[in-house]
Ligand binder design. Structure first.
Ligand code: HEM
Length: 306
């Protein structure tokens, strides 16, 4: 018994120490070697909790990458070689933005906002693309119509690239996008805080209570969408009933990237449908729902060029 106790008490700190060093060597040192300006600002490594440590380390890596960009921009402003107004990007916008009293965001707030956008914009659209691949493999009639529309767009396009005007003319493709995100329910629910007491369908929601709005329920309810589990882009020939389609939330906090996400998905579908053909390796894979819904195999496919 004493032997095991001694081993646990002595071994755990040693394990923590080893993990800390592993983290330093694996992630932090390469960053330090790449840029000494970054090194000075890196917070200390984690203390041996691999999952949490991994998350914190990823956050640190993102911070470090964006801090380099921020420092470059600040330097360009200082020496007067900053880019023209036409070339300003989101980080420039966040660096310049002021509230009514003229207060600007701190450097860390600028970086935090950029990191939030990467987080909000990355997994959401990659999951939506994953679901598009999945549904199009399961509904070949939809893929056929999608491919036909996009082949015509390729034949008609003026230059080398498809333009945003071309994308808005891809009416069937845009319906496939809406149907994909309705079915995918990437954000299955939304939180709100009742800032006043509200009465809803005979229920009283007191001021200060938090409310979950279950969007998956709205999007899979047959009262809102006929045959809701069928992937049918043609249902978007008519708009959804008001308040029944909230994939991007709503109100002043509606998803800031909703139009970007739609364009990204349309472009993705354009290239995918006109260049590739694919099959699901596990068409009956179970679906997992946390943290976001997706088939457990991550949608494994065999893919070949058209
Ligand atoms: C299919 C893709 C996406 C889906 C389904 C989605 C969904 C959502 C939802 C449901 C919200 C909460 C809205 C609310 O509370 O009313 C949200 C917020 C947000 N999304 Fe998205 N999103 C997607 C893509 C993106 C992209 C590409 C970006 C940016 C690059 C983005 C940036 C944001 C931001 C910044 C917020 C917070 C807005 C705020 O609180 O004011 N999203 N998104």
């Amino acid at each position: 018994m004493e032997y095991w106790l001694a081993l646990a008490l002595g071994g755990l700190p040693l394990l923590g120490y080893l993990l800390w060093w592993w983290n330093e060597l694996h992630y932090v040192l390469p960053l330090k070697l790449r840029d000494s300006a970054v090194a000075a600002k890196l917070p200390p490594g984690h203390l041996g909790f691999p999952l949490l440590g991994e998350m914190l380390t990823c956050r640190k890596k993102l911070d470090a990458i964006f801090r380099v960009e921020l420092e470059k921009k600040k330097y360009r402003i200082k020496v007067g070689t900053s880019t023209s107004n036409d070339d300003l990007d989101l980080m420039d916008g966040l660096m310049q933005i002021e509230d009514d009293e003229g207060n600007k965001l701190s450097d860390q707030e600028v970086i935090d906002n950029i990191v939030s956008l990467v987080v909000a914009g990355y997994e959401s659209t990659s999951l939506a693309s994953t679901w598009a691949i999945y549904y199009l493999a399961k509904y070949p009639n939809v893929l056929k119509k999608l491919r036909e529309e996009n082949m015509v767009a390729i034949r008609n396009k003026k230059g080398d690239f498809i333009t945003s005007d071309d994308v808005s003319n891809l009416t069937y493709t845009n319906k496939v996008v809406e149907e994909t995100i309705r079915m995918a329910n990437i954000s299955a629910f939304n939180f709100r805080l009742a800032t006043n007491e509200v009465e809803y369908k005979g229920y009283k929601i007191p001021k200060g209570w938090k409310v979950i709005m279950w969007t998956r329920y709205l999007h899979t309810n047959a009262e809102n969408f006929a045959d809701p589990m069928c992937f049918n882009p043609d249902r978007w020939n008519d708009p959804a009933k008001p308040g029944t389609y909230l994939v991007f939330g709503g109100g002043p906090r509606i998803c800031a990237g909703n139009m970007l996400a739609r364009i990204q998905l349309s472009l993705f579908l354009h290239h995918l449908s006109t260049k590739y053909t694919w099959e699901l390796l596990n068409p009956d894979a179970a679906i997992e729902y946390l943290p976001h819904p997706k088939p457990v195999d991550g949608v494994e496919i065999s893919v070949s060029k058209l």
